[in-house]
Design a protein around this ligand. Structure first.
Ligand code: NAD
Length: 253
């Protein structure tokens, strides 16, 4: 991938699942990776994996819903040099029909999946503007493009992140900043295991595998290629786009 060697990259939620696979690939490409995660042990394990493969990485314990924590961690990483790439990947959900959910759950889902990425953009983008450019890749979800039963508020957040990505891409294109989104389909990660646990969950997982044209769940390793591409010199004229990584589960929209 052209142009990633020596780049300084933040990946939120880098301590698990898709985020960890993305961090490892940036490390292999020669980037310096800041692993932001509220799970410090997970972030440290990702750093260990990158360093043991000869890469550069640091762990930051950050809850992205807390602006003070975000500002402190961004400033600490930025003290070592400008930030070139931000991957907003941290996310969370539970499966619950909307009418069975309550405002406490809505708040938690919105805080993590919408407010957190807003905090990250607001903290990182001014530095990118000053530096004359940068890349952002937002991990949305196919739920935000086509909806997903039991994930109404999460879908609203992910749809919100997609339109936010397009809007800020328009606002900052002239400043050399490119924002794109990747929309995962069902992916075999700890988050998916948590939402699909139990007998009912196993049925959902089986049903999804049947519905996916490529007949399997995504794996975390299905994502680093597209995310590193969108962060690289090879994607120098792409902004405001959404790429679905779902084995063909959603093809329209
Ligand atoms: P995961 O649970 O394996 O990893 C998510 C990481 O985010 C964890 O390490 C967690 O500690 C961290 N995190 C959560 N809340 C945080 C917060 N407030 N501050 C900092 N870190 C926080 O999940 P995953 O499946 O790898 O999901 C990654 C992204 O992909 C998420 O945005 C998720 O919504 C999206 N996604 C996942 C699937 C799927 O089926 N797994 C499908 C569509 C979209």
């Amino acid at each position: 991938m052209r142009g990633l060697n020596g780049k300084r990259v933040i990946v939120t939620g880098g301590g698990s699942g898709i985020g960890r696979a993305v961090c490892e690939r940036f490390g292999e490409e020669g980037a310096e990776v800041a692993v932001f995660d509220m799970n410090e042990g997970g972030a440290q394990e990702t750093v260990r994996l990158i360093q043991s493969a000869g890469g550069k990485a640091q762990a930051y314990k950050v809850d992205i819903t807390d602006r003070a924590q975000v500002d402190k961690a961004v400033a600490a990483f930025e003290a070592g040099g400008p930030i070139d790439v931000l991957v907003n990947n941290a996310g969370w959900d539970v499966i619950k029909p909307f009418l069975d959910s309550d405002a406490d759950l809505w708040k938690k889902v919105i805080d993590i999946n919408l407010y957190g990425p807003l905090n990250m953009h607001h903290a990182v983008l001014p530095g990118m503007v000053n530096n004359g450019g940068g890349r952002v890749v937002n991990i949305a979800s196919d739920a935000g493009r086509v909806g997903s039963s039991g994930e109404a508020v999460y879908s609203a957040c992910k749809g919100g992140i997609i339109s936010f990505t397009k809007t800020v891409a328009r606002e900052l294109a002239r400043k050399g900043i490119q924002l794109n989104a990747v929309a995962p389909g069902p992916t075999d990660t700890p988050l998916f295991a948590q939402v699909a646990e139990g007998e009912a969950g196993a049925k959902i997982a089986e049903g999804l595998k049947r519905a996916i044209p490529m007949k399997r769940l995504a794996q975390p390793t299905d994502y680093p290629g597209i995310i590193c591409f969108l962060s690289s010199d090879d994607a120098g004229f792409i902004t405001g786009q959404v790429i679905s990584v779902s084995g063909g589960l959603s093809m329209h929209g």
